[in-house]
Design a binder for this molecule. Structure first.
Ligand code: DUC
Ligand code: ZN
Ligand code: ZN
Ligand code: ZN
Length: 484
């Protein structure tokens, strides 16, 4: 059994900052305290010892828009570890009519090469009795979150009746729905109109997905979730309209979560107006980047707690893949990378600027995801008994982000040229030192699936809702004869 001791560092968790050493054995944290020793010793002088990052939203080797995203579980988790992230939650995505359990099987095959631990969300890409019947079996397999695309009409999109049925099913089985909240009908209409007017460049993508599209869908999903008596997790919250809906729902006692992406926090819509077609197309993702007003709203949400986690939606396509959309922006594969850069970018633009405390940084990059997705304190914690998924964070280490030195398999980086200060000195995945003072030491296939239990809060919410809305039939007298 390998023993490692992290010495002379300051532990930073979501709620505490204190000096202590951490001893790791058999992949778990076994002791926290002063003056520990034993096994391989890692010097954390000047560093913060934090729970490894959890990226709750990635798409590795995903079939999408006529191609596959180019980072697989090997390169994707290698990028994750290089940036201090020790767990990813990916989406098992059934093809139309494909059984959910088949999709899990496919994803299990892909993730066999993962360098760090991972879990899955299940995407509900079609609806029918078969899906309804399979959903509890998905929960039994340790997948308790179900993603619904309200956009991608004609492909992944589910309609309101399907969403309502699926949300109610989630409530019955202890699942939590996730939504990609964009009004797919409006997007399809605006896209067709833009193309007809000859507006076929990447900027058309941004014009076709205004913030109202996202705000409307977020409100709708929140109300449908409320009627179904189930919590709701809104992925890639990118604008004030969506954030406002989440904020209001939470104030009213609804259990609704919002997830900004590091891309939306730090990159803006001007990227789509770059003269270089490739530059703009490489940044096409849904929802698109927004303006400063919306970025400020997202930062404020992280500060106030009305938005809870920072993800990447890592879905990387090469320049060659992006060029499928020359002459028609609707064919540009949607997605950007960010796994390696999420934590350094958030530290640089969040902690170093004073927008976030170090403890808030840990909360939004790790602990909150573990709690919301139900794998805390195995993940997201520096506690005895927790998995030794740890990052020893050096606030003085710096670099300029470049595709030339990244782990991702693609040929560019949307953060190219950005300077970051704050990087891992060591990253440990269940005790294995995968990043060692800047050197990579991956163990391909080391990653394990993290099963997550059903949500307790769901059935309680359901019974409250049933109580409030149980139909009462009115016994009437004097019913008039039906007239014609
Ligand atoms: N948005 C993207 O940009 N890519 C993957 C899927 C999504 O919703
Ligand atoms: Zn999405
Ligand atoms: Zn996504
Ligand atoms: Zn090892």
């Amino acid at each position: 059994m390998t023993t490692t001791t992290i010495k002379n560092g300051t532990i930073v968790t979501a709620d505490l900052t204190y000096k202590a050493d951490v001893k790791v054995e058999g992949g778990k944290i076994v002791e926290i305290g002063p003056d520990l020793s034993g096994g391989k010793e890692l010097d954390a002088t000047g560093c913060y010892v934090m729970p490894g990052g959890i990226d709750p939203h990635t798409h590795l080797e995903m079939p999408f828009m006529g191609t596959y995203s180019s980072d697989d579980f090997e390169s994707g988790t290698r990028a994750a570890l290089a940036g201090g992230t020790t767990m990813v939650v990916d989406f098992a995505l059934p093809a139309p009519d494909q059984p959910l359990l088949d999709a899990i099987e496919m994803w299990s095959n892909k993730s066999g090469r993962a360098n760090c631990d991972y879990s899955y969300h299940m995407a509900i890409t079609w609806w029918g009795k078969r899906v309804f019947d399979e959903m509890p079996k998905v929960v039994e397999k340790g997948i308790n979150t179900f993603k619904h695309f309200m956009a991608y009409k004609g492909a992944l999109m589910v309609n309101d009746d399907e969403m309502f049925a699926s949300f109610q099913r989630c409530a019955e089985i202890g699942g939590m729905p996730l939504v990609h909240a964009e009004n797919g009908d409006v997007v399809a209409d605006l896209s067709a109109r833009l193309l007809a007017e000859g507006n076929d460049g990447p900027e058309g993508h941004a014009y076709s997905r205004p913030t109202q599209v996202e705000g409307e869908a977020t409100n709708r999903a929140i109300m449908i979730a409320d009627m179904a008596g189930v919590p709701l997790y809104v992925v890639h919250t990118s604008c004030e309209e969506s954030h406002e809906a989440i904020r209001r729902a939470r104030q009213n006692g609804k259990r609704v979560f919002g997830e900004p992406l590091i891309q939306h926090l730090t990159l803006d819509e001007s990227e789509y107006f770059n003269k270089d077609w490739d530059h703009a197309a490489r940044r096409v993702m849904s929802p698109p980047f927004r303006n400063k007003k919306h970025q400020d709203s997202l930062w404020a949400g992280l500060q106030a707690g009305s938005l809870q986690v920072v993800a990447t939606d890592h879905c990387a396509f090469t320049t060659e893949q992006k060029r499928y959309g020359v002459g028609d922006f609707t064919k540009i594969p949607n997605g950007t990378g960010g796994l390696e850069d999420r934590m350094p970018m958030l530290w640089t633009h969040g902690v170093a600027t004073g927008r976030l405390t170090m403890n808030e940084f840990v909360a939004v990059t790790s602990t909150n995801s573990a709690k919301i997705l139900n794998c805390y304190p195995r993940k997201g914690a520096v506690l005895v008994g927790a998995d030794a998924d740890l990052v020893v964070w050096d606030p003085e280490r710096e670099k300029t982000i470049s595709a030339k030195s990244q782990q991702s398999a693609i040929d560019y980086n949307v953060f190219e040229g950005k300077h970051v200060k704050g990087l891992p000195r060591y990253t440990l995945t269940r005790g294995h030192v995968a990043i060692n003072d800047g050197d990579l030491n991956m163990q391909e296939g080391r990653g394990e699936f993290v099963a997550r239990e059903p949500f307790q809060a769901v059935s309680k919410a359901l019974s409250k809702w049933k109580e409030l809305t149980a139909p009462r039939k009115v016994e009437r007298t004097g019913i008039p004869a039906s007239g014609v």
